[in-house]
Ligand binder design. Structure first.
Ligand SMILES: [Zn+2]
Ligand SMILES: [Zn+2]
Ligand SMILES: [Zn+2]
Ligand SMILES: [Zn+2]
Length: 231
């Protein structure tokens, strides 16, 4: 008979433990293993956040739940491919290579991270060519996105329902019933395309939505649905 070294539960192979749950010189049960993993990832993340200065490099936001790792050279996709990485492995890499990390990443809150895309873009999409060499002009697409964002948030009110942030480049659509994925699947659209569809549909969305800033929206994902702003 064997017992979990962390909680002392009796271990029954394939029922509550497996060969891979080897931690230290003994095995641990599945429940303790996943708790250990979550805690380990949190510690790595905290170390990576400390390496990069502990607050948003753009606005100074210090709440860890609002922070993400922004790529200084706007080449996040290339970095992830080169390092075969997910968002989680970015923190592992930063914690392991503190000196190099400072030239590649900076801490950004979700609001600053997302608003970089739109901050200096005006909505006059007619002023630039739609196609260049047969391909859609990225500048045209960006301006068109801003155009529909503006119309959408004019209607719903350009203000975060949680913290009151009124910077339109910080805003997104929140789903209070946590059915955002189902909504985007139904409309086959997210982001600006979703704003356009809802606006063209006379502002009748099939799902309950509310205006949120990216910090409140993404921060709640880290804290089981309640915004880190709330006590
Ligand atoms: Zn256990
Ligand atoms: Zn910020
Ligand atoms: Zn907010
Ligand atoms: Zn909030």
């Amino acid at each position: 008979m064997a017992f979990c070294r962390m909680c002392n539960a009796e271990l029954k192979r394939d029922l509550n433990w497996s060969q891979s749950n080897y931690l230290g010189p003994h095995y641990v049960c599945n429940k303790c293993m996943s708790a250990w993993g979550a805690n380990h990832r949190l510690l790595i993340r905290q170390r990576a956040i400390a390496v990069l200065g502990g607050k948003c490099a753009i606005c100074g936001e210090p709440k860890p739940d609002f922070l993400t790792f922004g790529h200084l050279k706007h080449d996040g996709v290339r970095w992830r491919l080169a390092h075969n990485a997910s968002a989680q492995t970015a923190s592992t890499w930063i914690a392991k290579h503190p000196a190099r990390a400072k030239g590649v990443f900076q801490l950004e809150c979700f609001n600053c991270n997302y608003s970089k895309e739109y901050r200096n873009t005006n909505a006059d999409y007619h002023a630039v060519p739609r196609y260049i060499d047969g391909k859609v002009n990225p500048e045209y697409q960006k301006r068109l996105n801003v155009y529909w964002r503006n119309i959408f948030f004019d209607h719903y009110g350009a203000k975060c329902s949680c913290c009151g942030d009124a910077d339109i480049t910080h805003l997104t659509v929140g789903h209070p019933n946590s059915d955002g994925l189902a909504h985007r699947r139904l409309e086959k659209a997210g982001g600006a395309r979703l704003y356009r569809k809802i606006s063209r549909n006379g502002y009748r969305a099939q799902f309950e939505i509310e205006v949120q800033c990216w910090n409140c929206n993404c921060g709640s994902l880290r804290t089981n649905g309640t915004c880190p702003h709330k006590p």
